[in-house]
Design a protein around this ligand. Structure first.
Ligand code: MRU
Length: 480
């Protein structure tokens, strides 16, 4: 029987689904009257949505569908129920991914059985989105450990370490990838890299991967709940949200970050409408976000990326919600290319600009965004749209996949530890500490001791270092 993240949650010893912690109860008690009622509705909606999205994921990605090998033929999951879907599931010897390149035309799956195959699938954008990448990398390493259980310890170590490097460098900006790989390697070191008992090594890495996936799901649920509770409430009309790229379950696992907030608010009955940036060059907004919103019945309208400023100038955007691929210690945020432009526009029009990301997207080793590695992808992604060349044959293209938004343009960072406000340096540090206390040492960031984000020289070549443009706009007033 295949077991996806949804099915694995209840079996985790000592961890029910989204337990109601004391700080969480205090958070809600602190809110009065109408706000408290809204928060309670949002909490109920979050729990219910998480249940239904897990059920939908299990149903869509159940045993019934044929699954193609990576690079091989695949088949759609026929009769799939509508709703948010998880990007992956796994069982004892395979990891099954929704092939995000084929959406929205076709819902098909591919399977990978090793970390090396997973790294290739990540490079090819079969699966993408920083939080999902971390979980996929963890599962892939666990699969590899299992396959190597009977190998000699030195051979096993070479394979696991090599796979870890391949995974870490598959997408250099998404810090969750390196974060998850490092966490798996710490567990590997703890059980003994040269342990003669390969089954024990495999079991330890499997348990760590399960914990990473479980925690991610719980974190994203908390994040969505916290963000939805603080969304502005316009008088007598729907809330107008603008979003960029894709931050739903396809990018994050069962839930979502920015889109998780949207889903929770929608599920709680809040009237809202989402402007969806198409997100050139790979159209994650048009292909994935619109598909997820349509599936969940959320009112939305697709716009060309260049239309955002016009809509803001006409007063048709109340808030911008985006995700993050890496957040520096001071709150500077790397996200899909075009995010920085949106932040400048939002500042110009005094529109709240929220970055929505789990704390696993924070890189506390980087004091600011200037050292965030920016992945540069193939020019073909700009020169071609779905196989069709759109520029003259002699024209070249430049394709940085991410940009860095300076913290001063960010109104709030929504995390599983609540909605953080400027100054973000201390707010992030305190949130990391709260998370550490809540979760224990296993999921800690290790300031100064982490390998996260470190690139081998050969892999560093295709990247450029972002310069963090500074704006004179002062948006620290927490306009949201
Ligand atoms: O290149 P991608 O599609 O992996 O880009 C990542 C993203 O989806 C976005 O940057 C997103 O806002 C952050 S991840 C939820």
């Amino acid at each position: 029987m295949a077991s996806g993240p949804a099915e694995q949650q209840p079996s985790r010893a000592g961890q029910g689904s989204a337990p109601s912690s004391v700080p969480r109860r205090h958070f809600f008690r602190a809110l009065a009257g109408e706000v408290a009622q809204t928060a309670a509705a949002v909490a109920a909606a979050a729990a219910s949505l998480q249940r239904s999205s897990a059920e939908a994921a299990a149903a869509v990605l159940g045993e019934s569908g044929d699954v193609g090998a990576y690079g091989g033929p695949t088949s759609p999951a026929a009769g799939a129920p509508l709703g948010f879907r998880s990007a992956f599931r796994w069982d004892d010897d395979r990891l099954v991914l929704v092939d995000q390149r084929a959406l929205p035309d076709e819902l098909r799956e591919v399977t990978v059985t090793t970390a090396t195959e997973a790294a290739q699938a990540i490079r090819d954008m079969v699966v993408r989105g920083a939080p999902a990448l971390g979980q996929v990398a963890a599962i892939a390493l666990a699969l590899t450990a299992r396959r190597m259980a009977t190998a000699r310890p030195y051979a096993r170590r070479a394979t696991i370490r090599g796979s870890a490097n391949a995974l870490r460098n598959a997408r250099p900006t998404a810090v969750n990838l390196g974060w998850a790989v490092d966490r798996m390697l710490r567990r590997y070191a703890a059980v003994g890299e040269l342990n003669e008992d390969g089954e024990a090594v495999a079991a330890a890495l499997w348990a760590e991967a399960e914990a990473i996936v479980f925690e991610a799901s719980d974190d994203h649920g908390r994040l969505a709940e916290a963000g939805a509770a603080e969304l502005p409430v316009p008088e007598g009309r729907p809330l107008e949200i603008l979003t960029h790229c894709n931050t739903g379950p396809l990018a994050c696992g069962q839930f979502g970050t920015a889109l998780g907030i949207v889903a929770v608010a929608h599920h709680a009955g809040r009237p809202l409408h989402v402007w969806v940036d198409e997100t050139r060059p790979l159209l994650q907004g048009a292909r994935l976000t619109a598909w997820e919103l349509a599936s969940a019945g959320v009112p939305h309208t697709l716009i060309a990326d260049g239309a955002a400023g016009h809509l803001m100038a006409r007063g048709r955007v109340d808030i911008v919600l985006v995700g993050a691929d890496r957040i520096a210690a001071n709150g500077d945020t790397a996200n899909k290319i075009g995010t920085y432009s949106l932040a400048v526009l939002a500042a110009r029009h005094e529109i709240p600009f929220w970055v929505c990301a789990p704390l696993s997207s924070v890189d506390p080793d980087l004091p600011d965004g200037s050292a965030i590695p920016i992945e540069e992808r193939s020019a073909a992604e700009v020169l071609f749209v779905r196989g069709q060349r759109i520029a003259p044959a002699v024209t070249t293209a430049h394709n940085p996949a991410f940009d860095v938004t300076p913290a001063e343009l960010v109104t709030a960072i929504v995390t599983e530890e609540g909605v953080l406000r400027p100054p973000f340096g201390p707010a992030i540090a305190a949130a990391l500490e709260r998370r550490r206390r809540r979760r224990g040492a296993a999921s800690d960031h290790e300031p100064g001791g982490s390998e996260r984000g470190r690139l081998e020289p050969s892999e560093a070549e295709p990247t450029i270092t972002a310069t963090t443009a500074r704006s004179s706009a002062d948006r620290t007033g927490g306009a949201a």
